[in-house]
Design a protein around this ligand. Structure first.
Ligand code: GTP
Ligand code: ZN
Length: 202
């Protein structure tokens, strides 16, 4: 029987509800016609629960948790990190979508910049949630604007969605490209420079 952690309506509060996840995966195995007690599957509900805890860890994190280390370098030109690996989960089918993110920004006038790895951590905070690619893209751009006070931000994400490859329309290889542009990078010349850096050498 389910012994839930504190619930707010149907949502767990404070921590991942591992016990509930184990029970749910066991139920799912029965629903699809499997025997959850056969040898190969006996540990599967617990394994899947642990995997979900990791895959959805971003639900328990905030962007402020990772954009902490900032330096004042007085750098006022664009900084761009390209090809950040993205693994996320489509909120419609709970199967993965996977690809890369590119994040460019013009630091605040104060020169406040963040460590390069923090941009990849920011991607993970939002990617490790049930997602749609458009929201993932805008959440990253908005956090950069709000927390780093970046004067301009560009985020481009390119992903293949397993829900389009392995099921449904079954079109493997199709890539979805989304972008969000904020502040000074909306200016056509700056935007073109950012896009050419993202595309260079491809
Ligand atoms: N815009 C957007 N759509 C997505 C994303 N991930 C999955 N989808 C789409 O969400 C839609 C859900 O459509 P539904 O008709 O409710 O679900 P479905 O019957 O499983 O649809 P099919 O995938 O066409 O079989 C599908 O068209 C998916 O391709 C995403 O990140 N962004
Ligand atoms: Zn999907």
């Amino acid at each position: 029987m389910i012994d839930p952690v504190t619930l707010d309506g149907e949502r767990s509060i404070g921590e991942f509800d591992e016990k509930r996840a184990v029970n749910a995966v066991r139920e799912l195995l029965i629903a699809v016609g499997e025997d959850p007690d056969r040898e190969g599957l006996r540990e599967t509900p617990a394994r899947v629960a642990r995997a979900y805890k990791e895959i959805f860890a971003g639900l328990w994190q905030e962007p402020e948790d990772v954009l902490t280390t900032t330096f004042d370098l007085g750098h006022d030109e664009m900084v761009l990190v390209r090809d950040i690996e993205v693994y996320s989960t489509c909120e419609h089918h709970l199967v993965p979508f996977h690809g890369v993110a590119h994040i460019g920004y013009i630091p605040a006038t104060s020169g406040k910049i963040t460590g390069l790895s923090k941009l990849a951590r920011l991607v993970d905070v939002y990617a490790r949630r049930p997602q749609v690619q458009e929201r993932l893209t805008t959440q990253i751009a908005d956090s950069m604007t709000e927390i780093l006070e970046a004067r301009g931000v560009v985020v481009v994400i390119e992903c293949e969605h397993m829900c389009m490859s392995m099921r449904g329309i079954r079109k493997p290889g199709a890539k979805t490209i989304t972008s969000a542009v904020r502040g000074q990078l909306r200016d056509p010349a700056s935007r073109a420079e950012a896009m050419s850096l993202i595309m260079s050498g491809r």
